[in-house]
Design a protein around this ligand. Structure first.
Ligand SMILES: *Cc1c(COP(=O)(O)O)cnc(C)c1O
Length: 430
C-alpha cells in the first residue's frame, strides 16, 4: 500500500511506514533489538557498503523498527525522508552537520527552548560553528544577519516556552531569497497542528521525547527533509554537492536527488557521529504516534480551558497562551495552526520569583519536571531551572522571566487541573 498524501492524518499516524512483518505476519511493528544483518553474499555486502543498494548493514546506520518511525514522521510532516536520532538535541546537531563547516554560521531566533539556546550559544562553537541570534519579528534584522557563510535559518514553530508563534511564511520567503535552508523545530506543535514544510520550511527537527512518544518514557529525535532544496545550486553546501572522500568521491545530491540529505544523514551523519536511536524507543514512539491526533485535540482543548481560567484570575498577571483570543498572535494562529496553538504556555504570577517557587511546590496534580508534551500536566519555573544558564536578557527574550511559570497541559480532566491551580495560587499569593 502506498501511504502517501492520499490518506488523512488519522490514517497515516497509524499506518505510514508499517506493514505486516513479511516473515511472521506480525501486525504491530516488531522491535528489531538487533545490531547487524547477514549479507546475502560478498557482492551484496559490497553493494550495500558502496551505497549502490539500499539495505541494512548495522543498526548505528539503519534498523527496521527505526526505519518505520522515520517513514511515519516524514510522511506526517509531508517530507521525503527522515533520520531518527537518540534525542532532540542530537537531531539538531545531525540536521546541521551536512550543512556546516568550521567558520560557518546559522541565523537563529532568540525565542527557543532553553537547551537549544545553550547548544547554539556555546557548544556548537567547539565545532567552529557560530550562531547569530535575532528577533524573528524583525525581518530586516534576519536579512542583515545573513552573509555568505550563513548555512541555515533556525526557529521553532510554536515556541517553547513563551507562547510565541513564528510567521513561517515570512521567514521561508527570506530563506528562499537567500538560497539557505529553513530549519524548523516542530516539537511543540507536532505535525498534527502544523506542517511547516507546507509553509516553505526545508528541514524539520523534532524532539520525539515530547508529544510524539507522548507519555514521558522515551528519548528520541527525528530530522525530516522536504526534499525540495537544490543543494547543488552553488558551492554553499559542499558535503552534499561535492565528491565525498569517504565514499570514493560519490556526490550525494547528483546521485540521490531529493533523498541526498536523508541518505547523507544515515551514511555519514549517523555512521560517524553515532547518535542512533534505540529500537525500543522507536517502538514506543510509534505507539505514541498512533494516537497523536486524539491526544493533541485534548491537549489543546484543556490548554484553552485552563488558560482562559487563569487569564480571569486576579492572582495571575498575564497568560501567554497563543490560543487565547487576546493573544497578539491570534491571527497568525488562525493562519498556521488552525487546529490550535499547542498546550504549552507561561503565566506570570503576582508576587514574582518567590510566589512562583511556592506555586510550583504547592501543586498536586501538576508534576514539577523539566519536560513537556506528556499526558500528565507538568509545571516548571524556567528562570530557576531550564533557563538558569541564560542571561536575564536571554531569559526575557525567551519568555522565561523570573515571575513566570511554564505549564505543559496534559489530558486529565480540566476541572481537576483548575482546582489544583486554584489551591496552589491561594498558597503562593497569600
Ligand atoms: C525538548 C526539546 C528539545 C530537545 O530535545 P531532547 O529530546 O530533550 O534532546 C528541543 N527543542 C524543543 C522545542 C524541545 O521541547
Amino acid at each position: 500500500m502506498d501511504f502517501s498524501a492520499t490518506y488523512g492524518f488519522d490514517t497515516l499516524q497509524i499506518h505510514a511506514g508499517s506493514r505486516p512483518d513479511p516473515a511472521t505476519g506480525a501486525r504491530q511493528t516488531p522491535i528489531f533489538q538487533n545490531t547487524a544483518y547477514v549479507f546475502k553474499d560478498a557482492d551484496h555486502a559490497a553493494a550495500l557498503f558502496n551505497l549502490q543498494e539500499v539495505g541494512y548493514i548495522y543498526s548505528r546506520l539503519t534498523n527496521p523498527t527505526i526505519a518505520v518511525l522515520q517513514e511515519r514522521v516524514a510522511t506526517l510532516e509531508a517530507g521525503v525522508g527522515g533520520v531518527a536520532c537518540s534525542s532532540g538535541h542530537a537531531a539538531q546537531i545531525l540536521a546541521l552537520f551536512p550543512l556546516m563547516s568550521p567558520g560557518d554560521n546559522i541565523v537563529v531566533s532568540t525565542r527557543l527552548y532553553g537547551g537549544s539556546v545553550t547548544q547554539f550559544t556555546h557548544t556548537i562553537g567547539r565545532f567552529g560553528w557560530k550562531s547569530r541570534f535575532v528577533d524573528f519579528e524583525d525581518l530586516d534584522s534576519i536579512r542583515n544577519a545573513i552573509d555568505d557563510r550563513t548555512k541555515a535559518i533556525f526557529c521553532e514553530s510554536v515556541c517553547n516556552p513563551g507562547g510565541y508563534v513564528t510567521d513561517l511564511e515570512a521567514i521561508a520567503e527570506i530563506s528562499d531569497m537567500c538560497g539557505i535552508p529553513l530549519v524548523v523545530d516542530n516539537t511543540s506543535a507536532t505535525p498534527y497542528l502544523c506542517r511547516p514544510i507546507e509553509f516553505g520550511a526545508t528541514l524539520i527537527v523534532h524532539s520525539s521525547t515530547k508529544y510524539l512518544s507522548g507519555n514521558g518514557t522515551s528519548m528520541g529525535g527525528v530530522v525530516v527533509d522536504s526534499g525540495r532544496f537544490d543543494w547543488s545550486a552553488d558551492d554553499r553546501f559542499p558535503s552534499l554537492s561535492q565528491p565525498e572522500p569517504a565514499y570514493h568521491g560519490l556526490k550525494f545530491h547528483e546521485t540521490f536527488g531529493e533523498l541526498a540529505y536523508t541518505l547523507h544523514g544515515h551514511a555519514v551523519g549517523l555512521r560517524d557521529l553515532g547518535m542512533c536511536q534505540a529500537p525500543l524507543n522507536a517502538f514506543i514512539t510509534l505507539l505514541g504516534i498512533e494516537t497523536l491526533s486524539l491526544r493533541m485535540e485534548k491537549h489543546v482543548s484543556n490548554a484553552c480551558t485552563v488558560a482562559e481560567w487563569l487569564e480571569n484570575d486576579s492572582r495571575v498577571k498575564s497568560v501567554t497562551y497563543a490560543g487565547l483570543a487576546s493573544s497578539p498572535y491570534a491571527e497568525r494562529v488562525k493562519q498556521f495552526y488552525p487546529k490550535g496553538a499547542g498546550a504549552l504556555f507561561t503565566f506570570a504570577v503576582e508576587g514574582g520569583y518567590d510566589a512562583c517557587i511556592k506555586l510550583v511546590d504547592s501543586l498536586r496534580i501538576f508534576s514539577h519536571v523539566a519536560n513537556l508534551g506528556d499526558t500528565r500536566s507538568l509545571v516548571i519555573h524556567s528562570a530557576s531551572t531550564t533557563h538558569r544558564q541564560l542571561t536575564p536578557e536571554q531569559q526575557a527574550a525567551a519568555g522565561a522571566a523570573p515571575d513566570v511559570v511554564r505549564v505543559s497541559i496534559g489530558i486529565e480532566d480540566p476541572d481537576d487541573l483548575i482546582a489544583d491551580l486554584d489551591q496552589a495560587l491561594a498558597k503562593a499569593v497569600a
